[in-house]
Write a protein that binds this ligand. Structure first.
Ligand SMILES: [Zn+2]
Length: 254
């Protein structure tokens, strides 16, 4: 039986850990120590490492984990990650036989040049591209690329569970409410997320269906979001990429 559990790293990173009774695979181990502790405590053997992009808070622990056991390391073919042994890109499949699970690789550039997502078992591991109620900063790609990547993820089934790389949900909701102030689903989400955080629990995973109801970066065709973007810009535009770019810039400055 496959289980997916968060291992906390740094201040707000999650190292998503896929596990059964004997084996585990980790997504984006930015540091090794918490993973090693978890594997030792649960008596699990590492079976694979998956990386979504090259940032150190996502791959910084890979080398040290490999010292304990040589396992395949999957990650984006076109990013500088020295520890990769299985470079992947869109169209590839990652199979972890020890866990009886397979993932399709999706190219989702924008946050970084060749960021990938892993989709399988009704779950999506999307690193720093899609966050609960938000999205990653556009560091290496263009707004066009980032928006296309978010649309690609948004086209997956609504019941897909979304496992993102950081616990940013409450701050994201706060911003989303300024952009989309009349959205009742957002108000409900804020209450639920606050309760979870008060109890020391992750707000993740969410689902793509919930994201489409609440995440302004997936709602760039909604009149309320367009209107807010126009107010911010002092302009009149409706092109979703430009709406996306405007609210991304607004969030960077807020
Ligand atoms: Zn990143």
């Amino acid at each position: 039986m496959l289980e997916i559990v968060p291992v906390n790293a740094f201040r707000d990173n999650y190292i998503w850990t896929l596990r059964n009774e004997a084996y585990a695979a980790v997504v984006d181990p930015g540091e090794a120590r918490p993973v090693k502790d978890y594997l030792a405590r649960e008596k699990l053997q590492l079976a694979a490492i998956l990386a979504t992009h090259h940032h150190p808070d996502h791959v910084g622990g890979v080398a040290e984990l490999l010292e304990t056991r040589r396992v395949p390391v999957y990650g984006p073919k076109n990013e500088p990650i020295a520890t990769l042994t299985r470079p992947v890109a869109e169209g590839d499949t990652v199979t972890i036989p020890e866990l009886g699970v397979s993932f399709a690789v999706l190219d989702i550039p924008g946050h970084t040049r060749a960021h990938v997502a892993y989709y399988g078992a009704d779950s999506l591991f999307c690193g720093d591209t899609l966050f609960a109620c938000g999205c990653g900063r556009v560091f290496e790609g263009t707004p066009e690329q980032m928006y296309a990547s978010l649309r690609k993820l948004g086209a997956l089934p609504d019941d897909t569970k979304v496992y993102c790389g950081h616990e940013y949900t409450l701050a994201n909701i706060k911003f989303a409410r300024t952009v989309d102030p009349k959205n009742a689903a957002l108000a409900a989400l804020e209450a639920r997320a606050a309760r979870l955080r008060d109890a020391g629990k992750p707000t993740l995973p969410t689902t793509l269906g919930e994201e489409k109801q609440t995440n302004p970066f997936l709602r760039c065709r909604e009149p309320a979001v367009i209107e807010s973007a126009n107010k911010y810009l002092g302009a009149r535009l409706a092109d979703p990429v430009r709406v996306f770019a405007a609210i991304r810039e607004w969030k960077n400055r807020s």
